[in-house]
Design a protein around this ligand. Structure first.
Ligand SMILES: [Zn+2]
Length: 439
């Protein structure tokens, strides 16, 4: 098959029109005017990106499939231009904290996943040899919480537990990802509205946790990844550690880049998340850092729940935003509005997460799997909630005009999304770091 005439987006290069030859699910060649071979897929007028890699999603299955599920969650990813994800150890039950739970999650995923997947293992209080079990099975890394998780089957770690876990992870050659908010910096909610929620989780709590996590990671010589950073100071702390040679990265999410705390008045608990949405100045600071290459990757932190769990005001509602389908379109759309070049923006959701977690994804080059996202850029179309594919379609970006639209997604040469529809069948495979793939 030849993907013909699309504008190919490669990292570090100006996007140019080219053909892509695909043989047996693998990219055979990229170049101008390739010889026809079998099917021609017309990509003229479209931009061709590597399939996106969402490094942070919660699909909650087994155990809480009514919150999301592998079938619907990965359908949303495919519709959003992603061909791989890295799924979090919570809020499935059992949480992915040992080998047996890993096996149960893979069993739930295989047969329903529309895209390839890797798993984060959980670093929680308790025996550390469970990390070895998880590493043996191929987790991409270990996720820990430095504050209460909001769910009773996944506990936070204290500094000693985090430090010990980091030492073990370093010995296993895997990164630790942290949810960074310092419990001592959090305050009880004074009231039930969005202002009370925001005030209860101040930026200083995030910064203090990031600084502590960096210290512990440097002591343990462990690779650290700080998830969903919401403030400029948080990114700056990571950047400073990198400058002195620490293996520390951070991600942010579309909701911190495209929404501010003022949107909470309109959106209500639909946009409740932790850390909370921040003032516009923080959003601007994140864009500034992003433009300067200080944010390693952008991930959705797709963390949905049944709509009923968003009721009861900001104190009671589940905290989590559902955005698996909109990460790529939002980032490219908002980034274009700010005049940022396309290739580095696209890399934040494609090659960069794959490189950070050493997954065989996110590359547009001969010999790589033919994971492609074909997008229409320009124009402006509102995001229709009815078009979404996740289980509850409760996306805070609904109605927003977007300048990027995913037209087709190919997973290893096979169309998994086209023209608004997700293809039947489930061909997702388990990915493991170091380029190993298990079917
Ligand atoms: Zn998360």
């Amino acid at each position: 098959m030849i993907v013909r005439g699309g504008t190919v987006v490669l990292p570090g290069a100006v996007p140019v029109p080219a053909d892509i030859a695909v043989e047996d699910g693998v990219i055979a060649a990229i170049g101008p005017d390739l010889e026809p071979s079998g099917e021609d897929l017309d990509a003229r007028g479209l931009h061709v990106l590597p399939g996106a890699v969402d490094a942070h999603v919660h699909f909650n299955e087994p155990g809480r499939a009514d919150w999301e599920g592998w079938g619907s969650g990965t359908a949303a990813l495919a519709a959003g231009g992603a061909t791989a994800c890295v799924e979090m150890p919570l809020n499935a039950h059992p949480p992915t904290v040992d080998g047996e739970a890993f096996d149960r999650k893979v069993e739930a995923a295989l047969g329903s996943a529309k895209v390839d997947f890797a798993l984060w293992g959980g670093l929680v209080p308790g025996p550390l040899d469970r990390l070895d079990e998880l590493a043996e099975r191929g987790v991409a890394g270990f996720k820990a919480f430095m504050c209460d998780t909001g769910i009773d089957d996944f506990d936070a770690v204290d500094d000693d537990q985090l430090g010990a876990g980091m030492e073990r992870a370093a010995a296993l050659g895997l990164p630790v990802a942290v949810h960074a908010e310092r419990p001592a910096g959090l305050r009880p909610m004074d009231g039930g509205d969005w202002r009370a929620w925001v005030a209860s989780r101040p930026p200083a709590a995030e910064l203090a946790a990031i600084e502590r996590a960096i210290e512990l990671a440097e002591q343990a010589a462990c690779a650290l990844h700080v998830v969903h950073v919401s403030t400029g100071a948080g990114v700056a702390a990571v950047a400073a550690a990198r400058e002195r040679g620490a293996d520390v990265t951070c991600e942010t999410c579309p909701h911190y880049l495209a929404l501010t705390e003022d949107d909470l008045e309109r959106l209500g608990t639909l946009a409740k998340c932790a850390p909370p949405l921040r003032p516009a100045a923080e959003c601007e600071a994140l864009w500034e850092h992003l433009a300067r290459g200080r944010i390693a990757l952008v991930a959705s932190d797709h963390s949905p729940c049944p709509r009923a769990m968003k009721a009861g005001g900001f104190a009671a509602a589940w905290g989590g935003i559902a955005g698996a389908e909109t990460t790529v379109a939002l980032l490219l759309s908002e980034g274009a509005a700010r005049g940022l070049p396309l290739a580095p923006l696209a890399d934040l959701v494609t090659g960069a997460p794959a490189r950070r977690l050493r997954l065989p994804k996110g590359r547009l080059e001969a010999g790589a799997g033919a994971d492609l996202a074909l997008l229409e850029l320009g124009g402006e179309q509102p995001l229709g909630e009815e078009r979404l594919h996740d289980r509850h379609r409760a996306n805070p970006f609904a109605g927003r005009p977007l300048r990027a639209r995913v037209v087709r997604t190919l997973l290893r040469g096979r169309t998994v999304f086209h023209d608004g529809g997700v293809a039947p069948g489930a061909h997702g495979r388990l990915l493991t770091p170091h380029e190993r793939i298990r079917a």
